[in-house]
Design a protein around this ligand. Structure first.
Ligand SMILES: NC(=O)c1ccc[n+]([C@@H]2O[C@H](COP(=O)([O-])OP(=O)(O)OC[C@H]3O[C@@H](n4cnc5c(N)ncnc54)[C@H](O)[C@@H]3O)[C@@H](O)[C@H]2O)c1
Length: 317
């Protein structure tokens, strides 16, 4: 294949209509793409149709779309369990279950039918792009496109290159993300956790270590992030913050502090205990905090309102 950049694809298949897929399909349609939402389960598609209608109504209520634009958005969306859609797309973004064997079977089937220049992307949270690419006919047009939940609010999309991904495919998918008014960041190497999850888990490891050692309790950890580091990170990021702090000062601190930080290579005891006891967080009604008696719904609403307020100030979302 030539390595010249392709024009931004217009015909998109989102495969998997669950938590991520329905919302991503909605965003693609909002920005003018023709979208087919594919799932093997009719029920998932019905559920997606309802949630997309609600999300469109919310955009109209918020004054972001008028009724005619809302109707046009919904008309750009199709819903299907028919694999015939594998033969027609310019770009497919896979959002099915996070299971290597199931994704392999899926990609083999898609690859057999896909148009010669079509791009296949995966929203995997952590599976290796190179391992997933083994199932496709054209690994040069296979790439990670990693969105973040809630995808209608969080701007970041990690564009994760496999070893075989062409420059052209990477640039095309980056352009797609820009056309969706998202913030794409290209991850040049396929490493476990890409960039965002590595950073997230480095922070979580130290946070759990401090709680386990009795240095600060769970609420204290969350307050340190919310009222201190988190506010900075929303505006600058750790490297720019270090520039403002002074790299000489950061070097002095790193020279005595790094050796004291947690370097556990297993999930921490606190996380193990929560997992064993079925305390999975919001979804099970209890995690580090209590979400019983409807608090789960309330906490999710509060979270989304806070994310939206910050996103609106910082990015005019
Ligand atoms: N949920 C998150 O916060 C999040 C964030 C970023 C990335 N991801 C990734 O996105 C992907 C989807 O996650 P989710 O949370 O939306 O999952 P989900 O369980 O909510 O939805 C998965 C959907 O895929 C469908 N499906 C499963 N196997 C299929 C197959 N073989 N063919 C067609 N449809 C199939 C299911 O019917 C279901 O509707 C995963 O790879 C996950 O790691 C999830």
């Amino acid at each position: 294949m030539s390595d010249t950049k392709q024009s931004v694809p217009r015909s998109v298949v989102i495969a998997g209509a669950g938590t991520m897929g329905y919302s991503m399909a909605h965003i693609f349609a909002q920005y003018g793409f023709t979208v087919t939402l594919y799932d093997m389960a009719e029920e998932a598609l019905e559920n997606a149709r309802t949630r997309i209608a609600e999300a469109t109504d919310n955009l109209i209520e918020d004054g972001k779309l008028d009724r005619a634009q809302g109707d046009a958005l919904q008309q750009r969306l199709g819903y299907t369990t028919d694999k015939a859609c594998f033969a027609t797309f310019d770009l497919l973004v896979e959002c099915i279950i996070e299971d290597l064997a199931i994704k392999h079977t899926f990609f083999r089937e898609v690859s057999e039918q896909a148009k010669p220049d079509a791009i296949i992307a995966t929203n995997t949270s952590g599976l290796s792009i190179n391992a997933l690419a083994e199932a496709v006919a054209h690994p040069e047009r296979f790439i990670g496109m990693h969105w973040f939940n809630p995808s209608n609010i969080i701007p970041l999309i990690e564009i994760v290159r496999g070893d075989a991904t062409s420059d052209a495919a990477a640039e095309t998918v980056r352009d797609v993300a820009l056309a969706l008014r998202k913030k794409p960041v290209v991850i040049a190497k396929d490493v476990p956790g890409f960039a965002a999850n590595r950073l997230q888990f480095a922070v979580l490891r130290e946070a759990l270590h401090l709680v386990e050692e009795g240095v600060v309790d769970a609420q204290g950890i969350d307050d340190v992030m919310r009222y201190g580091l988190g506010l900075r990170y929303a505006c600058l990021g750790p490297l720019a913050i270090a520039d403002f702090g002074g790299l000489d000062t950061f070097h002095h601190i790193a020279s005595y502090l790094n050796a004291d930080l947690s370097c556990d290579n297993k999930p921490s005891a606190l996380l193990e205990e929560a997992y064993r006891e079925g305390r999975y967080g919001v979804k099970s009604g209890r995690g580090f905090y209590d979400y019983g008696d409807g608090r789960d719904v309330e906490a999710t609403r509060e979270r989304d309102a806070a994310y939206l307020a910050v996103a609106s100030v910082l990015y005019g979302a």
